[in-house]
Design a binder for this molecule. Structure first.
Ligand SMILES: NC(=O)c1ccc[n+]([C@@H]2O[C@H](COP(=O)([O-])OP(=O)(O)OC[C@H]3O[C@@H](n4cnc5c(N)ncnc54)[C@H](OP(=O)(O)O)[C@@H]3O)[C@@H](O)[C@H]2O)c1
Length: 323
């Protein structure tokens, strides 16, 4: 089979012929792969920068943690790979697959789950979102942030404030369900003023953060209290696009009723992951099939994988390799 292989961490991917993988036990399913999205998670694991990265193997590793595929019975499913999925064939985990509805195309179905994981898992299990909550999404202009805006509204957020750099994507977010946008291209004083004004008018219940770094410091500073009773805000870190470390004063934590948590591999319970595959993903696939959850994908071909792997796609879109 053709497969994209990385021989050393961080090196370019090569398209080579590899032996087909075999299901190792009855919990694994052999599949033909149809579509795989190229996302930060796969790139981070392959380069070694993600905390869940595995050691390099001399025979090479095939990246691609998940995708749309077809087992031998012909059902079209979304699955999580046991073997790497940037290949014509793969093995997936039997209890981590979801049968896809008819109305969703392969590229959309391959791109959606990582963004659903990066939005719904945090909103439901870390922020415990309730109808009527006010949600601020920091770094909402990316692929996952754009899904988060829609998922927050679907879960009943009364107001979504989206922050980001990309003006085009910020404007599009207003059509996707955001009520207010704050440009991160402004100077710090203006960003702080706008967040504080918004928080004073309608207190922020939840912050979903994809950036961390400087803008997370600004937002946490905006929530700081003055010794009086404060509104409770659940701040959930999901990504760290602009830096893994921040400065956070202890006063900031003591002066406000804040709950700081993260949402990612290692922070969820088995039951929550079970719900992801039984409830959350099937619901989100159906919403997308019904045209109620919108994403922007760019289909591409496996033969071009070496250059695709290095491409940064702007405007909140996602590259999807069709196999
Ligand atoms: N924990 C999880 O379960 C989980 C799941 C999915 C994703 N994630 C993480 O979430 C993060 C976002 O993922 P994504 O899929 O949305 O990625 P993406 O589509 O590549 O978007 C990246 C975002 O970061 C913004 N950005 C980049 N550099 C910036 C800067 N210097 N200042 C301000 N904004 C900047 C981009 O803004 P522009 O639009 O202006 O370029 C864009 O909004 C990544 O760290 C990813 O690993 C985590």
């Amino acid at each position: 089979m053709k497969a994209a292989v990385m021989y050393e961490k961080g090196m370019p991917l090569e398209l080579v012929d590899m032996p087909e993988p075999m299901a190792g036990n009855e919990d694994e399913v052999f599949v033909s792969v149809k579509a795989v999205a190229l996302k930060h998670f796969d790139k981070g694991r392959a380069s070694g920068s993600h905390y869940s990265s595995e050691a390099a193997k001399p025979e090479g590793r095939i990246p691609g943690g998940d995708g749309v595929c077809v087992p031998e019975d012909g059902t079209r499913v979304y699955g999580m790979g046991v073997s790497g999925m940037l290949a014509e064939k793969a093995t997936i985990e039997k209890d981590r697959m979801v049968v896809l509805p008819a109305g969703i195309d392969d590229a959309t179905a391959a791109a959606l789950p990582n963004a659903v994981i990066g939005s719904a898992m945090g909103l439901r299990f870390k922020a415990r979102i309730q109808p009527g909550d006010v949600v601020l999404i920091n770094g909402a202009t990316g692929f996952t942030g754009r899904v988060a805006v829609q998922v927050a509204r679907h879960y009943g957020a009364s107001k979504v404030i989206a922050t980001g750099r990309n003006e085009k994507s910020l404007q599009e977010l207003l059509a996707l369900g955001a009520n207010e946008v704050i440009s991160l291209k402004q100077d710090d004083e203006e960003i702080i003023k706008q967040i504080k004004t918004s928080h004073a008018n309608e207190p922020i219940d939840i912050v979903i953060d994809y950036l961390w770094g400087h803008t997370a410091e600004l937002i946490l500073g905006c929530l700081k209290g003055r010794g009086n009773f404060t509104h409770k805000t659940r701040f959930v870190s999901i990504g760290a696009v602009t830096g893994d470390l921040i400065q956070l004063s202890a006063e900031n934590l003591r002066s406000v009723d804040i709950e700081l948590s993260g949402s990612g591999l290692g922070s969820w319970t088995k039951e929550q992951v079970g719900k992801l595959f039984r409830e959350i993903l099937p619901e989100m696939f159906q919403l997308a099939a019904d045209g109620k959850l919108k994403v922007d994908v760019i289909p591409a071909q496996l033969k071009d994988i070496t250059k695709l792997w290095e491409l940064d796609v702007p405007d909140g879109r996602r590259l999807v390799v069709i196999i």
